[in-house]
Design a protein around this ligand. Structure first.
Ligand SMILES: NC(=O)c1ccc[n+]([C@@H]2O[C@H](COP(=O)([O-])OP(=O)(O)OC[C@H]3O[C@@H](n4cnc5c(N)ncnc54)[C@H](OP(=O)(O)O)[C@@H]3O)[C@@H](O)[C@H]2O)c1
Length: 366
């Protein structure tokens, strides 16, 4: 047994309403000795995602987190010891590491998500944001929303991690983009930084009146992150052949299933020959590299601003999860657990191949 200790946040209770810090308990266990085929890594950054609440509460597209288990979370880790030929100390890896300082994984044993080595020359925090919600925005908008130049694209949860990227991709594709977000500060970000054409503050504005004013010909693509009454109102403003991308429904996640808001206006999709389609980003993992290549290029060119809301400190982890449900976050909610303990390996050849491949993919995808 190694002398290194691993601090962890354990799930102790299932949520009832909004997630609170007292659902979790901190403990400390020794880091086990590595066996052949295993890798030991230190957590650098954690991602905070609305779906974590669902993982805590029920069986979904992922198994429920058992009480007493480490809280599940995606993150960026750095390899510090390895008994696997393809992973070496210093490597940066995207992994479902959970709320703990150290994690042992076996790359050859299939888990809930594969451990993915990331290019060392790019900022790991940026890659974490782009690899989760960035890819959700990319595939949800382009594959399901199928925006065409000139379309009116409306995004709810627009100043959040997914929504902010959806709107900026839609601008790249030549659309007119309107974001719905809570509060004047977020709406100002949408216009000034995100370069959206218009913003609606759902907490202060009359949503229906604003949609009449801003979308006189209806909404061609609605990218929905929030569900509930906002989505119900938007449906009334569907254009002919509207596409509704059902990405999430955060307004309903803290509500028991039998009390969730039922949509009243979905018949508008019949009248307007519209479609509504849900998706889970895990279905696109085999195309993740395509999305990451495009997104990183757009970020480097300044065509997409990836806002990161970075919190710090291991003790601050549970409180950070609540921020996305209270709307405190602007952009992607991350938390830095530690600084890299080792230099991050970079290779000029790897960088050159990455850039060449990226130019080709971006050119092909337009
Ligand atoms: N389908 C998939 O594979 C997939 C993958 C990733 C994410 N998602 C979904 O995408 C959505 C956004 O996730 P994210 O990670 O990008 O989070 P996020 O948008 O960065 O954070 C959540 C935001 O939701 C808004 N919100 C919270 N409660 C609300 C309410 N009652 N009504 C309206 N808005 C509310 C808040 O913004 P305001 O201050 O503007 O209210 C908050 O900042 C979620 O529904 C999530 O489940 C789906």
């Amino acid at each position: 047994m190694s002398t290194r200790l691993n601090q962890r946040w354990i799930l102790r209770e299932r949520p009832d309403g909004i997630v609170k810090s007292d659902l979790f308990e901190k403990d400390q266990v020794p880091v086990p000795e590595l066996k052949q085929g295993q890798v030991l890594a230190q957590t650098l950054y954690l991602s905070f995602d609305p779906t974590q609440r669902a993982w805590m509460a029920m069986e979904t597209y992922m198994p429920i987190i058992e009480l007493g288990d480490v809280m599940r979370a995606g993150g960026i880790v750095q390899v510090i010891e390895s008994k696997h030929a393809k992973f070496k100390p210093g490597d940066i890896v995207n992994y479902l590491c959970g709320w703990q300082q150290y994690v042992v994984f076996e790359p050859d044993r299939p888990g809930l998500m594969p451990a993915t080595k990331l290019p060392g020359h790019l900022d790991p925090a940026l890659l974490l944001a782009l690899s989760l919600t960035g890819l959700t925005a990319y595939f949800g908008l382009l594959d399901i929303g199928r925006p065409k130049a000139g379309d009116t694209v409306l995004v709810s949860g627009a100043a959040g991690a997914t929504g902010s990227i959806v709107g900026q991709i839609a601008k790249i594709k030549g659309c007119r983009v309107i974001g719905i977000a809570g509060g004047a500060q977020k709406c100002a970000w949408l216009i000034e930084t995100g370069k959206f054409d218009a913003a609606i503050d759902y907490k202060a504005d009359d949503l229906g009146a604003k949609l009449n004013e801003l979308c006189p010909h209806g909404v061609n693509v609605y990218f929905d992150n929030v569900g509930g009454p906002i989505t119900d109102e938007v449906l009334l403003h569907s254009a002919q052949n509207a596409r509704v991308v059902l990405c999430g429904a955060i307004s309903q996640y803290n509500t028991p299933q039998d009390q969730m808001y039922g949509l009243k206006n979905y018949l508008s999709l019949i009248i307007n020959r519209g479609t509504a389609q849900g998706f889970i980003i895990l279905d696109y993992l085999d195309r993740a590299i395509e999305g990451l290549l495009c997104l990183t290029k757009w970020v480097e060119e300044g065509r997409i601003i990836q806002e990161i809301d970075m919190q710090h400190g291991f003790d601050n982890i549970p409180a950070t999860l609540a921020r996305i449900f209270t709307g405190e976050n602007l952009g992607k909610q991350l938390l830095q657990v530690s600084e890299p303990a080792l230099p991050i390996p970079t290779s000029a050849v790897e960088k050159m191949i990455f850039n060449l491949l990226r130019s080709f993919v971006v050119w092909r995808k337009g």
